[in-house]
Design a protein around this ligand. Structure first.
Ligand code: TYD
Length: 247
């Protein structure tokens, strides 16, 4: 369908141009299984919308038509027999499509994007516990995200055993049934390694990442997250990128 293809190319060009003036805010949520990311994204989105902001909530893997097509392949375990490199490439392909079709256009419109998992999940799941060699991870990152890094990343930190228990309760209550996905079913020690992986990223990139205690009451966590995001927004408004507010 030539019409569709040229529309798509034109849209990508438009997004590329708009990027130069992008003023939105890109917030990602990271953490292990059952850390409470989706609840916190919902609460933050509600509060920001009530304050007049336009908010896009999205998730990975997925979030755009192309990426959602890959989500099933990845989470069902259909790609697992082909190895972690294949999975890493698919996560990166899904991310590139998600950025092109959803995240960058929203940022270019000046909106706030709240994304459930992003590049740090690949760094941890495929890089740290998948043992993918760092040069390949870096290359995939360059190709899939370019310079679109989150303005702020909230790492919800929770003991792996507690997170898994929550994820299993949630799966039991959902229409999809109780069976864990490709990643949830892995051993506890792997989940603990992932927890540490996220904490290590946060320690290496303190300007971008904030660790939030995921064991606290939902409302307490929501308040902490809102104050972090408000701080970054206030810092941007004053033109220092949030640095003064953080120090
Ligand atoms: P999902 O059902 O969205 O659950 P949750 O985010 O609540 O854990 O599952 C996404 C799974 O995919 C999760 O186990 C982490 C994994 N994942 C990766 O391995 N690499 C990635 O780059 C991303 C985005 C997710």
């Amino acid at each position: 369908m030539p019409g569709r293809a040229s529309n798509y190319k034109r849209r990508r060009r438009e997004v590329g141009k708009a990027l130069a003036t992008a003023r939105g805010l890109f917030v990602t949520f990271e953490g292990g299984e059952g850390a409470g990311k989706s609840t916190q994204i919902r609460l933050l989105a509600e509060t920001l919308r009530a304050n007049g902001h336009t908010v896009v909530t999205t998730r990975e893997p997925g979030g755009s038509a192309g990426a959602e097509a890959l989500r099933h392949v990845l989470l069902s375990g259909a790609a697992e027999p082909f190895g972690v490199r294949m999975e890493a490439l698919l996560f990166a392909a899904a991310r590139a499509d998600h950025l092109d079709c959803v995240i960058r256009p929203a940022l270019a419109r000046g909106e706030i994007v709240l994304c459930d998992r992003f590049v740090d999940s690949s760094r941890v799941y495929q890089g740290v516990t998948g043992n993918i060699e760092p040069p390949l991870m870096a290359a995939l990152e360059r190709v899939s995200i370019g310079s679109t890094m989150p303005d702020v990343t909230l790492v919800l930190d929770l003991a792996a055993a507690e997170g898994l228990q929550r994820a299993r309760r949630r799966a039991g209550a959902s229409a999809e049934g109780a069976s864990p996905d490709r990643f949830e079913k892995e051993k506890l020690e792997i989940h603990e390694k992932r927890r540490q992986g996220f904490l290590d990223i946060a320690a290496r990139e303190p300007e971008r990442c904030r660790v939030v205690d995921g064991s606290l009451e939902v409302e307490h966590i929501a308040r902490d997250i809102l104050s972090e995001v408000t701080r970054v927004m206030a810092g941007r408004a004053s033109g220092d990128g949030g640095q003064a507010a953080r120090s």
